[in-house]
Design a protein around this ligand. Structure first.
Ligand code: IPM
Ligand code: MG
Length: 374
């Protein structure tokens, strides 16, 4: 098949990991006779430096005109001045909003071989395999008013947490669909004991659940969930939550697995298509990105873990292009190198083979190229 993939590498390690993902995707294309055209555009701090705009319209238009977006990361200390009137992060927020990517899927899976990299005791980590479905275009991130003001009593700032029924229902539905295809358990998080939006969230989740009698719906207060994610992570199958709650809990959840460098994400404008089907061509492009950020402390040193980006590329094949066999190839190659002890430094133990970012890319691409189709 032919596809246009918009590569928005961004800043810091974003560039290093997406370069390696393209190697991996090229190996897939060669093996399965596909043709991906990679279109590169500037976003984030790099775009601020060149165009004084974190997401110039040319980059936005290239993204809009593509079949899927492979995103790296944005941000860095250079652009961190809190009083600056633009930030690299505005790029990803604008993309999410403009492309209508309301459902952010963040799978959290523990690789048995990496259990020692987790700060949690191994007995807590058995069978951990859940997905956080984070609402991505509403909630506290986007509500209006959102502003700073000065008064005689000092500076003031306001952000707004607002949701419409429709915004809640569509993301909860995506989560139910996903739970239906997995272990049929959905935890819906809210702060209904304090927030009006939390009460609406719970009400809508109950209403949507009528269409999914086979899925067990469990409501949980978000703060309680923060504790349970650490004490009972294997209890979860699918979790759905408001934008900022999902943001915070997904970083927390990444710690369980031992490295943020292993976790991919997909931001979608609809439910993922069922296995075997591909998303309609006319649908809006989905965006795939590692959950880790630009990691300025290690950027440029060729040490970042590219696996989260590889897994994001694999989700792209699966969910945007319906290429499940090809996605399996990437995941199998990653499982193979992990089981053989190849690691970047973030997860390497004493006896592991330590590889750089680019060596990981070469290794995974090489396994895909040289092996038979799995
Ligand atoms: C994430 C990140 C972003 C967010 C930042 C970079 C704006 O933390 O994708 O989780 O807060 O959504
Ligand atoms: Mg985050």
């Amino acid at each position: 098949m032919e596809a246009r993939v918009c590569v928005l590498a961004g800043d810091g390690v974003g560039k290093e990991v997406t370069t390696e993902s393209m190697k991996v995707l090229e190996a897939i294309c060669k093996k399965f006779d596909h043709n991906f055209e990679f279109i590169h555009a500037l976003v984030g701090g790099a775009a601020i430096d060149k165009y004084n705009n974190p997401i110039p319209s040319e980059s936005m238009n290239l993204a809009l005109g593509s079949d899927a977006i492979l995103f790296g990361a944005v941000g860095g200390p250079k652009w961190d001045n809190p009083s600056a009137d633009m930030r690299p992060e505005d790029a990803i927020l604008a993309l999410r909003k403009r492309l209508g990517l309301y459902a952010n899927m963040r799978p959290v899976k523990v690789y048995p071989e990496l259990i020692h990299s987790s700060p949690l005791r191994p007995e807590y980590l058995k069978d951990v395999d859940f997905v956080i479905v984070r609402e991505l275009t509403g909630g506290l991130y986007f509500g209006r008013p959102k502003r700073r003001s000065a008064s005689t009593r000092g500076r003031r700032a306001v952000d707004t947490l607002a949701y419409s029924e429709k915004e809640i229902a569509r993301v909860v539905r995506v989560a139910f669909e996903l739970a239906k295809s997995r272990r049929k358990r959905l935890h819906s998080l809210d702060k209904m004991n304090v927030l009006e939006t939390g009460r609406l969230w719970r009400e809508i989740a109950n209403e949507v659940s009528r269409d999914y009698p086979e899925v067990e719906l469990i409501h949980m207060l978000a703060d309680n969930a923060a504790m349970k994610i650490i004490t009972n992570p294997s209890d979860f199958d699918v979790i759905v939550a408001e934008n900022s709650i999902g943001d915070i809990l997904s970083d927390e959840a990444s710690v369980i697995t031992g490295s943020m460098g292993m976790l991919p994400s997909a931001s979608l404008a609809s439910s993922p298509p069922p296995p075997g089907k591909r998303r309609g061509r006319r649908g809006r492009p989905a965006l795939y990105e590692p959950i880790h950020g630009s990691a300025p402390d290690i950027a440029g040193h060729n040490v970042a873990n590219p696996v989260a980006s590889f897994l994001s590329a694999s989700l792209m094949l699966r969910w945007s292009f319906g290429l499940h066999e090809e996605a399996d190839e990437i995941e199998n190659a990653i499982n193979k190198i992990i089981s053989e002890g190849y690691r970047t430094v973030d997860i390497a133990g004493e006896n592991d083979h330590k590889l750089s970012t680019s060596q990981m890319g070469d290794l995974v691409a090489g396994i895909i190229s040289s092996g038979p189709k799995t």
